[in-house]
Design a protein around this ligand. Structure first.
Ligand SMILES: *Cc1c(COP(=O)(O)O)cnc(C)c1O
Length: 355
C-alpha cells in the first residue's frame, strides 16, 4: 500500500477469486466453469482474418452480438447491454442506481462481489440474513427504499426462488431497481427475463462464463427496460466504450446461435449433478437443493477447510468460504462424469481415514 491510497480503498477488502493454478494439474471444481468446451461454432468464428482485424477497435454498440441476444431472449437490442463479464454490468448497475444516499440490499450468504462493489463505490450495504436453511424469505425484501440484488439461483447455496416470488418483490418495490443475477439459471431454475416486459424496475443479469463455457472470453448481459439499459450505457460510455473485445463479440454471437449445443451441455451438467448428489448423500453428506452447476456440501466428519485441504492434497480443487455460516461447507463445481467419479472415490478414501 502506498501513502497515496485513499482511505476508502485502504479500508476495502478486495474480492478473492477462486484459485487458477497455472502449473500443477488439478481436477478443477472450484470456480464453476463448464467442463465442456464452448460450441464448435465459437472456434469457427475466430479465424486468422479476425485475428488480423484486431488492429481495429471493436464495435462499441456491439450490434451483431445484440441482434443474436435479442433473438435468443425475445427482447429488443435496446433492452440489452453486454459487459466484460457479468461482473462489469453488475458494477455498472450499482454505479448507476446507488450512491451514498441510495443503499444496496443483498443477502448475507451470496456472491461476495456485491459487498466489495458497495465498498468501492461508497454505497451503504443493507445485508439481509438468509433463513437458517439458507432459503431467502421474499417478505424481507418488501418495501425497502434500496436497490436490491438477488442472485437467483444463489451462490454458494444453489437454492432458487420462483419467478412468482421475485414478482412479489418487484411489485412491493416499484421505486427501486431489483437486480436478479441469473449466473446459474440455465441449470434448472426459471428465468425472470419474461417479467422484463411487465416491470420497468427489473434488471436481469446473465453470464456466458458458466452455461456457455466462455469464462475466459469475459462476457455477460444486462437485460431490462430500454430506459434502464440507457442508464447503464451512460456508465459504459463514461468509462470504457470498447468494453467487449472483437474476439469475444464473435464468440458470444456464435454461442447464442448454437442453441442445440447449449442445451445439450447444460443437460449433461445437470445429469452429472444428479448422479453426484446421490453419490454424496450415500457418503453421508448434507446438501442444499442445487439448481446450479455446483453442489454445496458438508459432512459431520470434518470441517469445510479440512475437507478442502484434504481434497487439494489429492489433486482436487473445491471452494471453501471461510465465514461463520459457511465454514462447515464446501462448494463443488460439477465436472465431467469421470472427474466426479474421481471425486467420489477420493472422498471415500479421505472419509475412511477419519473413522
Ligand atoms: C460467476 C458469477 C458471476 C460473474 O460472472 P462473470 O460473467 O464471469 O463476471 C456473477 N454472479 C454470480 C452469482 C456468479 O456466480
Amino acid at each position: 500500500m502506498s501513502r497515496f491510497l485513499t482511505p476508502t480503498l485502504e479500508a476495502l477488502q478486495p474480492y478473492t477469486p477462486g484459485e487458477q493454478p497455472q502449473e500443477k494439474q488439478y481436477i478443477k471444481l472450484n470456480t464453476n466453469e463448464s467442463p465442456y468446451p464452448p460450441s464448435p461454432w465459437v472456434a469457427a468464428a475466430l479465424t486468422a482474418d479476425e485475428a488480423a482485424r484486431l488492429r481495429l477497435y471493436p464495435d462499441p454498440a456491439c450490434s451483431t452480438l445484440l441482434r443474436a441476444a435479442a433473438v435468443r431472449y425475445g427482447l429488443k437490442p435496446e433492452q440489452i447491454l453486454p459487459g466484460n463479464g457479468s461482473d462489469e454490468v453488475l458494477f455498472f448497475a450499482l454505479r448507476a442506481f446507488c450512491d451514498a444516499k441510495h443503499p444496496v440490499a443483498f443477502a448475507d450468504v451470496t456472491y461476495g462481489f456485491y459487498k466489495v462493489w458497495a465498498q468501492l463505490l461508497n454505497v451503504p450495504a443493507h445485508v439481509i440474513p438468509l433463513e437458517e436453511d439458507f432459503s431467502l424469505d421474499p417478505v424481507k425484501y418488501c418495501a425497502l427504499s434500496e436497490t436490491i440484488v438477488i442472485a437467483n439461483p444463489n451462490a454458494p447455496t444453489g437454492l432458487a426462488l420462483k419467478p412468482a416470488e421475485i414478482e412479489m418483490i418487484l411489485q412491493e418495490n416499484p421505486d427501486n431497481v431489483v437486480i436478479v443475477d441469473e449466473a446459474y439459471v440455465d441449470f434448472g431454475a426459471e428465468s425472470c427475463v419474461p417479467l422484463i416486459q411487465k416491470y420497468d424496475n427489473l434488471l436481469v443479469v446473465q453470464t456466458f462464463s458458466k452455461s456457455r463455457s466462455l469464462a475466459g472470453a469475459r462476457l455477460g448481459l444486462a437485460m431490462g427496460s430500454e430506459a434502464l439499459i440507457a442508464d447503464l450505457n451512460r456508465v459504459k460510455f463514461s468509462l470504457n466504450p470498447y468494453n467487449i473485445n472483437r474476439l469475444t463479440l464473435l464468440a458470444g454471437a456464435a454461442s447464442l446461435r448454437d442453441d442445440s449445443y447449449f442445451r445439450r451441455t447444460c443437460a449433461a451438467v445437470v445429469g452429472t449433478r444428479e448422479w453426484t448428489e446421490r453419490a454424496l448423500l450415500k457418503l453421508g453428506f448434507t446438501l442444499t437443493e442445487s439448481y446450479t452447476n455446483f453442489l454445496f456440501a458438508k459432512t459431520d466428519k470434518m470441517g469445510g477447510r479440512q475437507l478442502y485441504e484434504a481434497l487439494r492434497e489429492q489433486g482436487i480443487l473445491v471452494r471453501h468460504f471461510d465465514a461463520e455460516r459457511t465454514k462447515d461447507w464446501v462448494r463443488i463445481t460439477i465436472g465431467t462424469p469421470e472427474q466426479m467419479n474421481t471425486l467420489i472415490e477420493t472422498l471415500k478414501t479421505i472419509l475412511a481415514k477419519e473413522e
